[in-house]
Design a protein around this ligand. Structure first.
Ligand SMILES: Cc1cc2nc3c(=O)[nH]c(=O)nc-3n(C[C@H](O)[C@H](O)[C@H](O)COP(=O)(O)OP(=O)(O)OC[C@H]3O[C@@H](n4cnc5c(N)ncnc54)[C@H](O)[C@@H]3O)c2cc1C
Length: 379
């Protein structure tokens, strides 16, 4: 992506070097903005899960110019298989191509995706400072004055809070917003070698806990399983995680059954309670704006949170380039993103509620398909 130069700002600070923060950094730097990116993690790592990248997410990565590496280092496909929990195949879904030559869906390991995006950030001459956060923000006037956690200060034309669901920027500058709300479900994930029979992504319906498998590379998959949240599970040690996840997988056949029978304590296993929120407008305050999970945190039901964060990074740069003033650019960004991101959050939460209420598989599939069709529309 390149496009028109942004004239209303010359410098930007991005707080949070995750998926959304890096997408914004690349997009702004390519439009002539001097970008500083900070991240709290001194090693700028990401945890070892796989991630599903749907068609719209792949489209956003194509617009960022990163699709070829994602295809080469992840896995893409044009079909998914739907099974009953015991392994019986119900149907193979041929998924639509939303842009010519674009794969319909795919997956990649998060650390691999992180490295691809980090390489793009480094290629854009962006200043990266690690082990750092913001401790104070002054939003009044034509610039934002920032105090950093290492005692230094800085002044930027724009500060972008891309510091995820517990956003420090949101706490400092957006008193009308609140925390994400628990949905009552939790997500179990395991990253493991590819089952020998696994040739496309799969969804398993009909059990108390819905489950799916995404291929993430030549010999890597991750399996996710959604259950009702039980508070004690938040605090399990590695041994308990292994035992409990294996027990949840007891009824499953097919490749999910293979994963249950072949999983080891050395595989990456994680449990996370789910929470979601679309924060109320405005999404900007003076020269500070929010992006990604900091302002539209969702659950994994549509596998679209990362896609929304990447799109938001691209759209923020496009709208700033289009507008004559910073305020008009930030308003344009907010208005282009609000309904689409809210749709993802609302639909994801609704799917989870239906799962908790043991809704019929065709009702749940209908909600998922409807939301994914809407997401296929241009952003
Ligand atoms: C269980 C689960 C499964 C998911 N699966 C999928 C999926 O398959 N597909 C999909 O598209 N989406 C998925 N998502 C959603 C997706 O992970 C997020 O929407 C996406 O990562 C949001 O990007 P982000 O840039 O806002 O935040 P992140 O990617 O989380 O990045 C935030 C960054 O900010 C840094 N940071 C945090 N606090 C501070 C601070 N105070 N100061 C400085 N830096 C800070 C962090 O170190 C991190 O690098 C899933 C979410 C969950 C919970």
């Amino acid at each position: 992506m390149s496009g028109d130069t942004i004239k209303s700002i010359t410098s930007a600070l991005i707080v949070g070097g995750g998926i959304g923060g890096m997408a914004a950094a690349i997009s702004l730097a390519r439009r002539g903005v001097a970008v500083t990116l900070i991240d709290l993690d001194p090693d700028w790592r990401v945890y070892g899960a796989g991630i599903t990248i749907t068609g719209p997410t792949l489209r956003a990565y194509r617009h960022l110019g990163l699709i070829d590496r994602i295809k080469a280092e992840g896995a893409v496909t044009n079909a998914s298989r739907v099974r009953l929990f015991d392994g019986t195949v119900l149907r193979v879904l041929e998924e639509p191509e939303i842009e010519e030559g674009l794969p319909a869906t795919g997956g990649i390991m998060r650390p691999v995706l992180h490295r691809i995006m980090q390489d793009a950030v480094r290629g854009e001459n962006i200043a990266v400072r690690l082990g750092l956060t913001v401790t104070a923000l002054d939003t009044i006037g034509d610039a934002a004055d920032v105090a950093f956690s290492d005692g230094t200060t800085g002044r930027f034309d724009l500060v972008i809070g891309a510091d995820s669901v517990f956003s420090a920027v949101r706490d400092l500058a957006f008193p009308h917003m609140g925390p994400a709300l628990p949905t009552g479900q939790g997500c179990w994930r395991i990253s493991i070698r590819k089952p020998p029979e696994q040739d496309m992504g799969e969804f398993y319906f009909g059990a108390a806990a819905p489950c799916g498998i995404t291929i993430c590379g030549a010999d890597a998959v991750y399996l996710f399983l959604l259950t009702e949240h039980v508070e004690r599970e938040r605090f399990m040690n590695d041994d308990e995680l292994f035992t409990e996840m294996k027990a949840h997988l007891a009824p499953f056949g097919g490749n999910a059954g293979w994963i249950r029978d072949n999983m080891t304590r050395a595989d990456w296993i994680n449990y996370r309670p789910l929470a979601a929120v679309t924060q109320p407008k405005p999404w900007y305050n003076g020269r500070v704006v929010l992006l990604g999970d900091a302002v539209h945190a969702t659950t994994p039901h549509l596998a679209s949170g990362a896609g929304m964060a990447v799109e938001s990074g691209i759209v923020l740069a496009e709208e700033l380039a289009r507008a004559d003033t910073v305020e008009a650019g930030l308003l344009g960004y907010q208005e282009r993103r609000f309904d689409r991101c809210k749709d993802v959050v609302d639909s994801s939460v609704a799917i989870g509620q239906l799962q908790l209420a043991h809704g019929r598989p065709d009702q749940i599939a209908g909600l998922i398909e409807g939301a994914l069709m809407r997401l296929n529309q241009p952003y």
